[in-house]
Design a protein around this ligand. Structure first.
Ligand SMILES: [Cu+2]
Length: 171
C-alpha cells in the first residue's frame, strides 16, 4: 500500500472516529471516561492513534484516584468544531490528573486547566499546553486542590469565545 493511500486511510479513520465519538456522546448516558476509552482503542487499531486511553473515572470499575506520584490519565480530543470531547470531566476531590490532549483536524488548539476564574481570564501562570497541531498530543498535569470551581479551555484566538471550554465535576 502506498503512503498516499495510507494517508487517506488515516483521514478516513479520523473522520469515522470523530463521528463514532459524537454518536456515543449523544446517545450514551455516561458521558465520562467511557467514551474516550472506546475511541482510544479504535484509533490504535487503525494506526492513527498512538496515545493512551482514559483511565476509569470515579464510580467506574477499576477507578484509582490519581496522585502526584501516579496521576490518573484523562484523554481529551480537541476538534475542528472548536469543542473538547469530553467537555465534562469528573474527578474525586484532590486528585492529580494528567490530561492527554490530542488535536483532531487541521485547527491548532491550546489547553488550559485550573481555577475557573483564572481559566476564564486566561491568567498568566495558569497551567497550559499550547500549539497542539493535527494528530499531536500534549500533556499537562494538575492537582485539583480545594473545592473549585475548576475548568479548562482553549485560548487560541477566537476559540474560547466560540465556546471551546470544559468543566470539572467534583464527586
Ligand atoms: Cu482551540
Amino acid at each position: 500500500m502506498t503512503s498516499r493511500r495510507l494517508g487517506w486511510l488515516g483521514t478516513a479513520l479520523v473522520v469515522a472516529g470523530i463521528a463514532m465519538l459524537g454518536a456515543s456522546l449523544a446517545l450514551g448516558p455516561a458521558r465520562g471516561a467511557s467514551a474516550p476509552s472506546g475511541w482510544g482503542a479504535g484509533g490504535m487499531m487503525g494506526g492513527s492513534w498512538s496515545g493512551r486511553a482514559s483511565a476509569p473515572g470515579p464510580g467506574e470499575s477499576g477507578f484509582v484516584a490519581g496522585t502526584p506520584a501516579a496521576p490518573r490519565v484523562v484523554r481529551i480530543v480537541a476538534t475542528p468544531q472548536l469543542r473538547f470531547l469530553p467537555d465534562v470531566v469528573t474527578i474525586q476531590a484532590g486528585e492529580t490528573i494528567t490530561f492527554d490532549v490530542t488535536t483532531m483536524g487541521p485547527t491548532v488548539h491550546e489547553f488550559m486547566v485550573g481555577p475557573a476564574a483564572d481559566v476564564a481570564a486566561d491568567k498568566a501562570g495558569t497551567p497550559e499546553v499550547a500549539d497542539i497541531g493535527m494528530m499531536q498530543t500534549r500533556s499537562v498535569t494538575y492537582t485539583f486542590t480545594g473545592s473549585g470551581p475548576f475548568a479548562f479551555a482553549c485560548h487560541a484566538p477566537g476559540h474560547y469565545e466560540a465556546g471551546m471550554t470544559g468543566t470539572i465535576t467534583i464527586t
